[in-house]
Design a protein around this ligand. Sequence first.
Ligand code: TYD
Ligand code: MG
Length: 459
Amino acid sequence: MAKSPSSQFVCQDCGAVTRKWAGKCEACGAWNSITEEAAREEVPKGLTAGKGKRIEFVGLEGSAAPLSRWQTGIGELDRVAGGGLVPGSCLLVGGDPGIGKSTLLLQATARLSSQVSVAYISGEEAVDQVRMRAARLGYAKAKVALASAGSLRDILASLDGPDAPQVVVIDSIQTVYADNIESAPGTVSQVRACAAELIRLAKRRGFVLFLVGHVTKEGTIAGPRVLEHMVDTVLYFEGDRGHQFRILRAVKNRFGATDEIGVFEMTEGGLAEVANPSALFLAERRGNVSGSCVFAGMEGTRPMLVEIQALVAPSSLSSPRRAVVGWDTNRLSMVLAVLDARCGLALSGNDVYLNVAGGLRIAEPAADLAVAAALVSSASDVPVPADMVVFGEIGLSGEVRAVAQADTRLKEAAKLGFAQALVPARPRKDKGGAAAGASPLAIRSIGHLQDVLGLFRHE
Ligand code: TYD
Ligand code: MG
């Protein structure tokens, strides 16, 4: 590829800039991700030499007006956003194509349109398509200003005025292009430049800006990982397309906590909020099957019960299969190693399959004990009692460690009709970790993983 003086080579995955084209990005290791783009303008030389104005420093103490927030009326979205939308902020909503981003934002804008003025700009769908979708969702009459556009210049011109809408959705940022940048829409330089302009306008005019971004198969918002630091809030919309559950997760939020998730169900009439996710995730569980165990987990401030399924089967392969859905493969290897080395349960000759039912992804170490129980139960073909929940972290010497918020987990389990809990022996000393004794459940506390094996032994 010939290099013109004003061009640079940019990795479309991580945004690293190089002078030469290469097949592999040195920064992130991605293959075939580098494309040629027009160089960004350098800072003019005179600017650094000249004298600037002194900025005024103030104390940290001072009166800041409390944030006013707009409620979308979709409780799950409001909670993940930190309690509503903050005027002038920018939210990036990422997710796989077809997961439901457009549906969610159309529903949110339609709801919002009763209190504030909203605009929905789609670069992916024609106006009629969006109308049809709105009609199907039951919002045909909502006062949403709708447009199908892609040119940044046109979009800025339409939004920059005293009558600017209060909420703007750009679906998606990859379809917006600035005509003074040579690269194709969706490339890093386009996405970065367009997002920067839109965000600047949002701050100046004080409107809430939603940017929709598609995600690559590696799980980053395509190209614009560079976008994540520019926006105030990054929300990922995830889920398995084979399941009806969708999870909205905040990975960055300048106006709230990032460990909250929102749970939705994709129905014929759009996304429905799920107020009690545990009941939903356990709906298809069949009791008294070996290899199935209910984990009492936490997602942010909310307890969530999920079923963990394990299948241990004899293997004919020289290196047996380890297949994991919804959990960390390395974590599974660790649990298997501890079972082998500390408890004498060798599964190295078996294929091991692990599945978190319902399409949820669990990141908590507190799931270790539930995974171990499911594995032991499957290997010994003794079911975990159907009315038992399990949680606890496993250390490398096989000790079962306490986890946070034991109380909340147990309360949720009791609410859903569980009668027993398998929990770490020593409660954690922080608040919310103790007081297992006050629980309505029968508590079985264990200190070492070895004891789990004893629980699931044929009599
Ligand atoms: P969409 O919002 O277009 O996804 P994205 O914008 O993330 O690409 O949602 C697409 C899927 O949702 C589509 O395959 C059909 C399904 N869907 C429903 O099941 N029910 C509905 O009411 C709507 C609007 C969509
Ligand atoms: Mg879409």
